[in-house]
Design a protein around this ligand. Structure first.
Ligand SMILES: Nc1ncnc2c1ncn2[C@@H]1O[C@H](COP(=O)(O)OS(=O)(=O)O)[C@@H](OP(=O)(O)O)[C@H]1O
Ligand SMILES: Nc1ncnc2c1ncn2[C@@H]1O[C@H](COP(=O)(O)OP(=O)(O)O)[C@@H](O)[C@H]1O
Length: 300
């Protein structure tokens, strides 16, 4: 008898279970045998859907490979590489990421391109960065409305809004801002992979955090838009009265006052003021949308 950790039911969305299967049950339930290991499956036809991830043969002993004992903390031993090859998978795909041990990436036959075809657009992230009061949230809404009217699916990730839920545990200390941006970057990546035009609108004051989000996405999928509005203008707008509080020392570490904002060295789009005039929201929207159009994001 073998113990196999496999997807059950054996399909992409199956639940990972440890299944014990013996020879007698095997035939009755249509279990299959591969590489000397009895494992659960529906039929031989569906064998390709069966993705055993780790197995421990019933002697319970751990294997020695290259002079090392191969045993995972949960007591399961990796399948031999020839088993992995049978499924077109290499055991090196088993990963430890951060604190997550023994995890494995699962592919689905419906991919980003299929979703893009359905939506007739290309999934991407428009990353709006700039000081508080520079107009990020307003532009995000203008963009969303304009794209919506062209039949394009968008979703806004607004820093302020995400801090009401997913990121409510984060403060405005540098490391928390970084974590805020990292999480939003990861969510944006998922939305872009879903085929959406994701509009992320957050101060994201540190260059390295924005660059890290860019690095999460395929080349060309991260469109950084710097809303370059001077501090004096933002401060004069002060729609929430936060600059006033920051100047009075009632808010510590306010971006632009006593916390830094690092403008991008190079980014896809810079929306600047024209002299003392603010670029109109209509013009800003048009600049971003023509960039998307010219670069093929508005078709599949
Ligand atoms: N200390 C400090 N510094 C900057 N901003 C502050 C601060 N405290 C509260 N706020 C309010 O939080 C909004 C910014 O949230 P973000 O998630 O975009 O910030 S960051 O990217 O993590 O820096 C920001 O919203 P916007 O004005 O829309 O940018 C402010 O309303
Ligand atoms: N291009 C613009 N010209 C003039 N006022 C603007 C422009 N963009 C935004 N505003 C105004 O500036 C204020 C701040 O805009 P908001 O979108 O809340 O900025 P942010 O999200 O960057 O804090 C709002 O009162 C908004 O109406």
């Amino acid at each position: 008898m073998s113990v196999v950790q496999a997807l059950y039911p054996p399909c992409c969305c199956g639940i990972l279970q440890i299944v014990e299967c013996g020879h007698s049950a095997m035939e009755k339930l249509g279990f299959t045998n591969f590489c000397g290991i009895d494992a659960i499956g529906i039929s031989r036809k569906r064998k390709s859907l069966l993705k055993p991830i780790m197995a421990k043969e019933d002697d319970g002993a751990s294997r020695i490979e290259d002079g090392h004992q191969v045993k995972k903390p949960n007591g399961l031993t990796p399948l031999a590489n020839h088993s992995a090859a049978l499924f077109g998978k290499n055991l090196s795909e088993m990963s430890n990421i951060g604190n997550s041990m023994n995890i494995c990436w699962h592919e689905c036959p419906i991919q980003k391109l299929d979703r893009e075809h359905l939506l007739q657009q290309k999934g991407c992230v428009i990353w709006l960065t700039g000081l508080s009061g520079s107009g990020k949230s307003t532009l995000a809404c203008f963009l969303s409305r304009s794209l919506h009217s062209r039949g394009k699916l968008t979703y806004i990730l607004d820093g302020d809004n995400i801090r009401h839920g997913l990121n409510r545990d984060l403060s405005f200390r540098a490391e928390d801002r970084s974590e805020n941006i990292r999480r939003i970057g990861e969510v944006a990546k998922l939305l872009a992979d879903a085929g959406l035009i994701c509009i992320a609108s957050l101060i994201s004051p540190y260059r390295k955090d924005r660059d890290a989000c860019r690095a999460l996405l395929p080349e060309g999928n991260f469109i950084e838009v710097f809303i370059d509005v001077p501090l004096e203008v933002c401060e004069a707008r002060d729609p929430k009265g936060l600059y006033k509080l920051a100047r009075a020392g009632k808010i510590k570490g306010f971006t632009g006052i006593d916390d830094p904002y690092e403008p991008p060295y190079s980014c896809e789009i810079v929306l600047e003021q024209k002299g003392s005039e603010c670029t109109s929201l209509g013009d800003m929207t048009e600049i971003v949308i023509s960039y998307l159009d010219k670069n093929g994001y508005l078709r599949a």
